[in-house]
Design a protein around this ligand. Structure first.
Ligand SMILES: Cc1cc2nc3c(=O)[nH]c(=O)nc-3n(C[C@H](O)[C@H](O)[C@H](O)COP(=O)(O)OP(=O)(O)OC[C@H]3O[C@@H](n4cnc5c(N)ncnc54)[C@H](O)[C@@H]3O)c2cc1C
Length: 420
């Protein structure tokens, strides 16, 4: 059996495992994930009101359930195991660690309370264990900086009524926060022109269907060009005389210059193409300008990704997904790309007998790492669905300790302390 380790259980890691199962009938695959639960941004990025998209988790789950795949949740490479140890124990190692760090604008006032990166904000509304409760209150105006689908997700979640959010997996705390903000306006601001925006027309058009919100473009001269996005924005420009309790304004060709405020955000300052300065009052600003990959032990990213040649970093070390190409494309993009990298791994991995799992298990036991296997993850999954009250499809555990309790790892062999 060839022994393959994959670090990260998001779409890229799971699709890679799936492709390797097909291409290498003699491979055994271990997936290491820093959280007790799998699926990366499918669980913690994709918007909670888009359960149809989140349903791809069922496809990924089938991969984890396969005989030749083992899931090691709550095992962070860098904290619990070293990349170098995995390189010694496995015939090939693939980094599928995503791009979890928010890119920064590096402008004045970015540290003010009320200014957040989209990773922090979407992680919070998706219940990521690393996220912090939102301390800001009294949001009447929000500025969303960026012209991609994440900016649309953020604007939509802020704009939707409680009825529209019913059936999602937003936590009661997040729902309560959203319901208590006196939000009146959301400004989606792009540095470039409308024709350059990276929204997908479908996601953009959804904003025109919301119950209590109305999208609008005040400056129709910004709508030069001819593509699906500009057409949809032109239809929004016709909403000028409409009034709704929440207005979503689109602005283009504005570069953010500074976040202003005394002790908390009060406005965002922009410069337009002709050099004129303007301000948009705001109590909340969310920057949706992309993400960078974090280092993983001795593997250090350059320009936000791990340098690679078609997925190969060096002999026996590979990379897939956002850690390979940066934050672009959709979930299926990761599948196409995983296929190519799996092909490379299948062709290149030498016939050499390394111990794989039998070498890793004693290390985890020695270090008293309490890890979740596939069955443990399914227990967490079942507990989250069972505890969801009326009006939501799931109530996630937001603390690792609660996940481990629900996983009952203390009663299984995967937790050394259970037998200590
Ligand atoms: C806010 C947001 C919304 C999105 N919405 C959509 C959408 O609606 N539709 C769509 O098609 N795409 C969407 N995407 C894009 C999609 O989520 C990505 O294409 C996809 O998740 C990238 O997969 P990945 O496996 O490379 O990274 P990730 O999904 O980030 O997975 C990486 C995994 O690696 C784990 N990890 C990281 N470091 C370590 C370590 N050292 N040790 C062990 N584990 C580690 C992480 O915990 C994580 O589980 C969205 C992205 C974001 C940010």
């Amino acid at each position: 059996m060839k022994q393959i380790a994959i670090i990260g259980s998001g779409p890229a890691g799971c699709y890679l495992a799936d492709c390797l199962l097909r291409l290498m009938p003699d491979a055994s695959i271990d997936i290491f994930e820093r959280l007790p639960v799998p699926f990366g941004l499918v669980r913690y990025g994709v918007a909670p009101d888009h359960q149809g998209t989140k349903a791809v988790a069922r496809v990924l789950d089938r991969v984890l359930s396969r005989d030749r795949v083992s899931f090691f949740g709550n095992v962070e490479v860098g904290r619990d195991l070293k990349l170098e140890e995995l390189m010694l124990l496995y015939d090939a190692v693939a980094l599928a660690t995503g791009a979890a760090r928010d890119r920064r604008l590096n402008i004045a006032g970015e540290e003010l309370p009320g200014v957040l990166g989209s990773g922090a904000f979407t992680g919070w509304y998706n219940g990521h264990p690393d996220s912090h409760p939102l301390a800001i209150q009294g949001v009447r105006s929000a500025v969303v900086i960026g012209n991609g689908n994440v900016a649309i997700d953020v604007a939509r979640i802020l704009a939707k009524s409680a009825t529209e959010l019913a059936g999602s997996d937003l936590s009661p705390e997040v729902t309560a926060w959203l319901e208590t903000q006196p939000i009146e306006s959301i400004h989606v601001v792009g540095r470039r022109s409308a024709a350059d925006a990276k929204f997908t027309p479908h996601e953009l058009a959804e904003l025109g269907t919301l119950q209590r919100a109305c999208p609008m473009v005040q400056d129709s001269t910004a709508l030069a060009g001819n593509n699906g996005i500009v057409e949809t924005l032109r239809s929004f420009a016709q909403n000028k005389s409409r009034r709704a309790s929440v207005m979503i304004y689109f602005h283009f060709n504005l570069t953010p210059i500074a976040f202003l405020g005394n002790g908390r955000l009060s406005a965002v300052q922009f410069r337009s193409a002709d050099g004129a300065l303007s301000e948009i009052p705001a109590q909340l600003a969310i920057t949706c300008i992309g993400y960078e990959t974090r280092p993983c032990c001795t593997a250090t990213p350059a320009n936000g990704v791990f340098a690679n040649e078609e997925g190969k970093i060096k002999d026996r070390l590979y990379v897939v997904g956002w850690a390979k190409r940066g934050p672009s494309g959709t979930i299926p993009t990761n599948r196409t790309e995983a296929q190519q990298v799996a092909q490379k791994i299948a062709e290149e991995v030498p016939d050499r007998v390394r111990p794989g799992r039998t070498g890793v298990l004693p290390l985890l036991a020695q270090r008293q790492i309490c890890w979740t296997d596939y069955a443990a993850w399914r227990r967490i999954d079942a507990a989250e669905v069972a505890r969801a009250g009326d009006g939501r499809c799931r109530e996630k555990f937001t603390a690792v300790t609660k996940m481990l309790e629900a996983a009952q790892v203390g009663q299984s062999l995967s937790c050394p302390s259970a037998t200590a």
